[in-house]
Design a protein. Structure first.
Length: 401
């Protein structure tokens, strides 16, 4: 038990620091970056989208490295790359160096964020990995709560360059040694001879229709999340809500993600990941439909934020647990990395596609109809994936609890 909490504690700290520096700080610092470097917003934000594309492209080879060498060395290398990339970013002088820094940071995202942490937990805890993943996401969910005000204060006091510089130093002096403290992985748990076929290779998973259905489901969901993360507050204002109410409602989403993870950690701890995912995927179209039909009403916005926050919080856990439940744990890193690749590409595309839709159709309804269609597609593909019997590792009722 002490070892379990030690590893979760290490990963909780490094996830908060890594998510904060690589993801959440950017929304605060982007305007100052554009002003200092005299770059248009399309270039400033385009480089960040490019980093997500890079993360998606290297997700599968990163997963293979995690399967072979474990999280200690891969995640420590990620902290080194992340620190170097953030320091480079702090010294960027123009578009070329700016894009170069974000290219390095895209690689760092793949090596340090959730997918790498989940693969590390899978190797260390085997069949107990689900509860460890749930606990980790519970703590790491506070990254935005901590980093948004911290970044704002630092930017005001020392500017965006030194803010990124110190975030880079933190990766080198805190995250790097902490990842090295993860230690070697235990010997693989013994598997009964009749269960050997339950552990799919990456090639076998890629040939299975359930893999691609899950990949599409997660990618469609991530597209919605990334699009709304940028455009939600203006969208609520378009429904006639004042800015203060729109911001207040949007701030509910973060705490409700944590609430969703607590519920998964407690009430649904003995429910199969496939069934937990059914709620997460099903709540999203219901949330969008409430906003589409009654968006001018404050209660409908509240319903949307509640369902949306719960869905996103729980889905993070499902994304970390379902690859093991359906394809086995032996090649978890490679399989989950390959499954995450399309989601990262969708995450990069979401804000750009949403901006194009809203530019051509400024009213909220067309944009929400697109999101509702994506959410329905996501749910349909997820249901299709988890209902596949075929050559899956275990019957649905027997999957990892």
């Amino acid at each position: 038990m002490q070892r379990t909490w030690r590893i979760i504690g290490i990963l909780a700290v490094t996830q908060i620091l890594s998510w904060g520096a690589l993801y959440y700080a950017f929304s605060i610092l982007a305007p100052a970056i554009g002003q200092t470097l005299a770059m248009r917003a399309e270039i400033v934000y385009g480089a960040f989208s490019w980093s997500l594309l890079v993360a998606g492209l290297v997700a599968t080879p990163t997963g293979m490295l995690l399967d072979r060498f474990g999280g200690q060395w891969v995640m420590a290398s990620g902290s080194l790359v992340c620190g170097a990339g953030l320091i480079w970013l702090s010294r960027a002088s123009g578009p070329l160096s700016y894009f170069g820094a974000w290219t390095m940071l895209g690689v760092a995202m793949s090596l340090t964020l959730y997918e790498a942490a989940f693969a590390t937990i899978n190797r260390k805890f085997h069949h107990q990995s689900r509860q460890a993943i749930s606990t980790l996401t519970l703590f790491a969910g506070f990254a935005s709560t901590f980093f948004w005000p911290l970044t704002l204060a630092l930017n005001t006091a020392i500017g965006w360059r030194d803010t990124y510089l110190w975030f880079g130093v933190a990766q080198l002096v805190l995250c790097l040694p902490l990842h090295l403290m993860l230690g070697q992985d235990p010997a693989p748990a013994e598997v009964a001879p009749g269960q050997l076929g339950h552990h799919h290779t990456l090639a076998e998973a890629l040939r299975h229709p359930a893999f691609w259905k899950l990949a599409i489901a997660f990618a469609a969901n991530m597209f919605i999340f990334s699009a709304l993360s940028v455009h939600l507050i203006p969208l609520l204002q378009d429904f006639g809500h004042v800015a203060s109410l729109a911001v207040l409602m949007a701030t509910l989403i973060g705490p409700l993600q944590v609430v969703g993870r607590i519920c998964e950690r407690t009430f649904a701890r003995n429910v199969a990941p496939q069934q937990v995912g059914m709620f997460a995927f099903g709540a999203l179209p219901a949330a969008i439909l409430a906003l589409l039909m009654f968006g001018s009403q404050a209660w409908a916005v509240a319903v949307f934020c509640i369902l949306y926050g719960l869905s996103n919080g729980i889905l993070t856990i499902v994304r970390g647990t379902i690859p093991q439940a359906m394809f086995g744990r032996k090649n978890y890193g490679a399989i989950s990395g390959a499954m995450a690749g399309p989601s990262l590409l969708a995450k990069a595309a979401g804000p750009l596609v949403a901006a194009a839709i809203l530019r051509n159709y400024p009213a909220p309804a067309p944009f929400l109809y697109v999101l509702l269609s994506m959410a329905t597609i996501s749910l349909a593909f997820y249901i299709g994936a988890v209902r596949v019997r075929g050559n899956l590792p275990l019957p649905l009722s027997k999957l990892d609890h």
